[in-house]
Design a protein around this ligand. Structure first.
Ligand SMILES: Cc1ncc(COP(=O)(O)O)c(C=O)c1O
Length: 506
């Protein structure tokens, strides 16, 4: 045999250099698991919020990808050198910002398996296990929440659940499906009506406390969204919604969609579903319930009453990826009538068809969502639900709620502070009695010290600090330390010139 062609030799060398084979993957995988476990075990020792300035990372890495393969060792070294200094440690027990984002070892392991299987489960045939496990997991979860039977797929139900990427997508999908449904209904009654003429008059509604993703769904969906003034508990009530509906109908507009929020982002308030639901039902409006954060708590019988009224909803959504130990992304959405979604978004190119699609026995999730591609996300639910059990998950939720009440009690003992909204689950809204400026200074001093991390909200024009119980590993001692730190920072800002006693009396 003559010498190998230079191109072949080059290719072989390249393949040897770039391919991580199974035996190296085993070794590196174990190292990576150790790295991850060390990271999470030692996370408390890392500063919760990074010190870097904007653009820090660009200065640390080349401007183009390497021409020649690099080694795993070099990459992992750079993780500590380049990535970690710029990470906000969401799973630190000193992270109390936003809402929690879920993290658990079973979910991480399931995600690894999801990556390995690497299927794209847009239809049943594209990977039957991916589709079928999702349908069953959504039924399991629906039962954990005691959702009305109508939302479950069961053997032959009309409803069912789907995993969306985020609550924002779920709201958008619901709004688009509702838009299609009302348009078809109006056109069936008056065939001369154009879609444009209908769209111009459609109105959606949500409380003034709803998440910005609801307004965004309106923008993307090309329909007006009206904010309903919430009551003194930051809840949407029947009277305010009814008033808006009457006004808009009298003006020739067409109300079609209402979003009720259970557990608002600012202060975890709850729209009055038992009042709003019947109105939507009577008026023939699609009711979507967004319980992005709070939904996880409804697996506990003592919090289930907060979901009462969901029987009036057409769609319901919450994020197990926030508070149910299933790592991002996993946003659980149920509809009572799956044909509302599949009828609105169905397209059937030849290359996606399969022989079972019209059998009535299977689900093709591509018709339930915006993208075509979808990961095997139900594996994460399966692993987590089995390894924690419902009891373990309930205990986890309860612990967080107890910790938030412990924090609330600490705040109430200090007369310089006030609690700004009812504490129901794992979020406490509080502030120093005094001006917005004073509270902005307090938050600024807390976040620049970087011992804990908080974000603010605005409640009726008041600048308020939010303390959300977030980390899986947070304990009472962390909450107490955080409170002592907040008190120290408060003393500092109150001592600053121009602040002090006069402010507190305001
Ligand atoms: C009530 C509510 N709805 C929607 C969202 C948006 O969630 P996602 O990031 O899943 O779109 C949030 C985020 O915190 C939220 O609190």
């Amino acid at each position: 045999m003559g010498p190998a062609h230079p191109a072949t030799t080059g290719l072989l060398r390249l393949r040897r250099a770039v391919t991580m084979n199974a035996s190296e993957f085993r070794r590196r995988g174990k190292e990576m698991v150790d790295y991850v476990a060390d990271y999470l075990e030692g996370i408390e020792g890392r500063q919760v919020f990074p010190d870097v300035d904007p653009g820090y990372l660009r200065r640390l890495i080349p401007t183009t990808a390497p021409q020649e393969p690099e080694t795993f060792e070099d990459i992992i070294k750079d993780v500590e050198k380049i990535i970690m200094p710029g990470v906000t440690h969401w799973h630190s027990p000193y992270f109390f910002a936003y809402f929690p984002t879920a993290s658990s070892y079973p979910a991480m392991l399931a995600d690894m398996l999801c990556g390995a299987i690497g299927c794209i489960g847009f239809s049943w045939a594209a990977s039957p296990a991916c589709t079928e496990l999702e349908t069953v997991m959504m039924d399991w979860l629906g039962k954990m929440l005691q959702l009305p039977e109508a939302f479950l797929a069961g053997e032959a139900g009309e409803g069912g659940g789907v995993i969306q990427g985020t609550a924002s997508e779920a709201t958008l999908v619901a709004l688009l499906a509702a838009r299609t449904k009302v348009t078809r209904r109006l056109q069936a009654a008056s065939p001369e009506l154009t879609q444009a003429a209908i769209m111009e008059k459609l109105v959606a509604y949500a409380s003034d406390q709803a998440h910005s993703s609801v307004e965004r769904a309106g923008l993307i969906g090309g329909v007006r969204l009206k904010a309903i003034p919430s009551d003194d508990k930051f809840a949407m009530r029947a009277s305010a919604l009814q008033e808006a509906l009457e006004r808009d109908k009298a003006a020739g507009l067409i109300p079609f969609f209402v979003v009720a929020t259970l557990g608002t982002t600012s202060c975890c308030s709850f729209d009055n579903l038992l009042e709003v639901g019947p109105i939507c039902h009577e008026e023939g409006l699609w009711l979507h319930v967004d319980a992005a954060y709070a939904g996880s708590a409804f697996i506990c019988p003592e919090f289930r009453h907060l979901l009462n009224g969901v029987e009036f909803a057409d769609s319901f959504n919450f994020n197990p990826h926030k508070w149910l130990l299933v790592n991002f992304d996993c946003s659980a959405m149920w509809v009572k009538k799956r044909t509302d979604l599949t009828g609105a978004f169905r397209l059937d190119p030849v290359y996606l068809r399969h022989s079972h699609q019209d059998s009535g026995l299977i689900t093709d999730y591509r018709h339930w969502q915006l993208p075509l591609g979808r990961r095997f996300r139900s594996l994460k639910m399966w692993f987590v639900f089995r390894m924690y059990g419902v009891k373990g998950l309930q205990a986890y939720i309860r612990k967080h709620v107890q910790l938030s009440h412990a924090f609330e009690a600490l705040v109430r003992q200090d007369t310089r502070f006030e609690i700004c909204a009812e504490v129901t689950l794992g979020l406490v809204c509080f502030r120093l009695k005094g001006s917005n400026k004073l509270n902005e200074a307090l938050l600024e001093s807390i976040n620049s010290a970087k011992k804990i991390h908080l974000v603010p909200c605005s409640l009726r024009d008041q600048f308020v600090l939010r303390f959300a119980i977030c980390s899986r590993t947070v304990e009472l001692a962390h909450v107490q330390r955080a409170w002592e730190h907040i008190q120290e920072m408060a003393a500092k800002v109150l001592r600053a010139p121009g602040e002090g006693k006069a402010e507190i009396k305001n």
